[in-house]
Design a protein around this ligand. Structure first.
Ligand SMILES: *[C@@H]1O[C@H](CO)[C@@H](O)[C@H](O)[C@H]1NC(C)=O
Ligand SMILES: *[C@@H]1O[C@H](CO)[C@@H](O)[C@H](O)[C@H]1NC(C)=O
Ligand SMILES: [Zn+2]
Length: 388
C-alpha cells in the first residue's frame, strides 16, 4: 500500500487538487453546501488502514482524499470497542445445503418487478450520502417501503414475530434492522443478511444515484424478504435483514451495529453481505463473485454450495481487499461473515461513486442478474434459519 505519510502530505496540498476546486468552502472551512448542513470537513476522525498497527488521526477531508486514491479503511472513531471480545465466536463449520424442498418453491416466486420499481425510486434521490438531507429522506422511504411490504405479504401470525427498527446514528441517516423472530425457545442464534443503503460520489457533493452501489444490494435483499414473507416463512432461528448507513464513510453503520451485538453477546451464526449485484460486463460470462479475502472460510464455502445448489449461474472466487464492505465489521466483531458481489472484482461496475451509477447507463445493468442474488439470500435464510 502507498505510504500513509505521503497520503497525509497529499491531503495537505489538497487545495491544489481538482476536488478542492469544486468544493465550496466558506471562511470557516466548513462545507457550505445546502444539502450537507452537518458535514464538517475539518472534523478529526480515527481511521484504521490495513498496514497500520493502530488507527491514525485524519480529518474528514483527508478521508475523502484517501478514498479517492483507492485506500480502504475502517473509521473507528465511534466504535472503539468493536472486536474487543473477538475470536470467541468464530464458528467455521456449516452444513451442506439440504432444505431444497423448502427453498425451491420460494425461489420460483421471486421477481424482478419489485426490485426494478424500488430501485428506480431509491436511485432517484439526489444522493444517499449518509450526511445529506436526501440520505435521511431515502432512509425514511426505505423504512416505509419495508413496512408496506411487511403488511402486504406477511400473514398476521408472521407479522407478530417481525420488528422493524431504526438503529440511530449521530449523522442523520439511520441503519435499518428487520427481525423475524425464531420459533425455537432454545436456539438464540441470529442469521444476518445485509446491504448498505448509502451512496456516494467521489466528489461527494455531486449527485450519487448509487443504482448499483449499493441500491442493487438493498433492493435485492428486500425482494428476498418479500419472498420469504409470501411463503409464510417462520424460521426456527431468528433471521434479520440489515440496511446499513455510512458504509462509504468507512463502514460506520455496520461497525456501530456489530459493536452493539458484540457488547450484548448476541449469538450471530452467520452474516452475508450483498454489495453490488446488478452488473454483467459486456463480453463476460454471468457469474456470482464470491469474495475470498477477509471473510470466514467455512461460510464462504457454504455460499459456494448454495450457488451450486440453487442458482442458474456459476460462482467465481475473487478478492476485494481490506475493509471493502460491511461484512468486514462482523468479522472484526468475531462473527463469521461472507460477501458476494456481481462478478469478479475486475469485471465489476466501473461507474460506481459517480453520477453514472445509474440503471439506464448501459444494458450491462441487469435485473435478471440481481434476481440470482435474491435467490441466494433466500437460500441463505432458509438453510441457516431453519424452518419446520
Ligand atoms: C439439514 O441439516 C441440518 C444440520 O445437519 C439439520 O439440523 C436439519 O434438520 C436438516 N434439514 C433437513 C430438511 O433435512
Ligand atoms: C422477539 O424475541 C425477543 C426475545 O428474544 C423479544 O424481546 C421481542 O419482543 C420479540 N419480538 C417480537 C416482534 O415478537
Ligand atoms: Zn458499496
Amino acid at each position: 500500500m502507498k505510504s500513509l505519510l505521503s497520503l497525509v502530505a497529499l491531503a495537505c496540498v489538497a487545495a491544489a487538487s481538482p476536488v478542492a476546486d469544486q468544493v465550496p468552502l466558506n471562511s470557516q472551512h466548513a462545507l457550505a453546501h445546502p444539502d450537507f448542513p452537518n458535514f464538517d470537513l475539518n472534523a478529526v476522525r480515527l481511521v484504521q488502514f490495513e498496514d497500520q498497527s493502530a488507527p491514525v488521526q485524519m480529518t474528514e477531508w483527508q478521508k475523502l482524499e484517501a478514498k479517492s486514491r483507492g485506500f480502504k479503511f475502517f473509521d473507528v472513531t465511534d466504535t472503539p470497542h468493536l472486536g474487543s471480545s473477538a475470536q470467541l465466536r468464530i464458528q467455521s463449520v456449516f452444513p451442506e445445503p439440504n432444505a431444497t424442498e423448502k427453498v425451491l418453491p420460494i425461489l420460483k416466486t421471486l421477481s424482478t418487478k419489485g426490485p426494478e420499481e424500488n430501485l428506480r425510486k431509491f436511485s432517484s434521490f439526489r444522493t444517499r450520502h449518509y450526511r445529506s438531507e436526501t440520505g435521511a429522506q431515502s432512509q425514511a422511504w426505505l423504512v416505509s417501503k419495508i413496512a408496506e411490504i411487511t403488511e402486504e405479504w406477511g400473514s398476521d401470525s408472521l407479522q407478530e414475530k417481525i420488528s422493524i427498527s431504526e438503529f440511530p446514528h449521530s449523522w442523520g441517516q439511520n441503519s435499518i434492522i428487520v427481525r423475524i423472530n425464531g420459533t425455537s425457545s432454545t436456539d438464540d442464534g441470529v442469521v444476518v443478511i445485509g446491504a448498505h443503503q448509502d451512496s456516494t460520489n467521489m466528489l461527494f457533493f455531486l449527485p450519487a444515484p448509487g443504482a448499483d452501489d449499493d441500491g442493487s444490494g438493498s433492493v435485492t435483499i428486500l425482494e428476498s424478504y418479500r419472498g420469504l414473507l409470501a411463503a409464510d416463512f417462520h424460521p426456527e432461528r431468528a433471521v434479520e435483514f440489515h440496511w446499513y448507513s455510512a458504509e462509504e464513510g468507512g463502514l460506520l453503520g455496520s461497525q456501530a451495529v456489530a459493536q452493539h451485538y458484540e457488547a450484548n453477546n448476541v449469538n450471530v451464526i452467520a452474516m452475508s453481505q450483498f454489495d453490488m449485484t446488478a452488473w454483467v460486463k459486456r463480453g463476460t460470462r454471468e457469474e456470482v463473485g464470491i469474495i475470498g479475502d477477509f471473510v470466514d472460510e467455512g461460510l464462504t464455502a457454504f455460499n459456494k454450495a448454495l450457488v451450486e445448489t440453487y442458482l442458474d449461474i456459476p460462482w467465481v472466487e475473487t478478492k476485494c481487499g481490506y475493509a471493502c464492505s460491511d461484512h468486514a465489521s462482523w468479522m472484526k466483531a468475531g462473527y463469521p461473515s461472507s460477501f458476494t458481489i456481481e462478478s469478479s472484482f475486475e469485471n465489476s461496475n466501473q461507474n460506481i461513486h459517480s453520477t453514472n451509477d445509474r440503471i439506464d447507463v448501459s444494458d450491462e445493468f441487469s435485473f435478471d442478474h440481481m434476481l440470482e442474488f435474491s435467490k441466494l439470500a433466500v437460500a441463505f435464510a432458509v438453510e441457516l434459519g431453519g424452518s419446520k
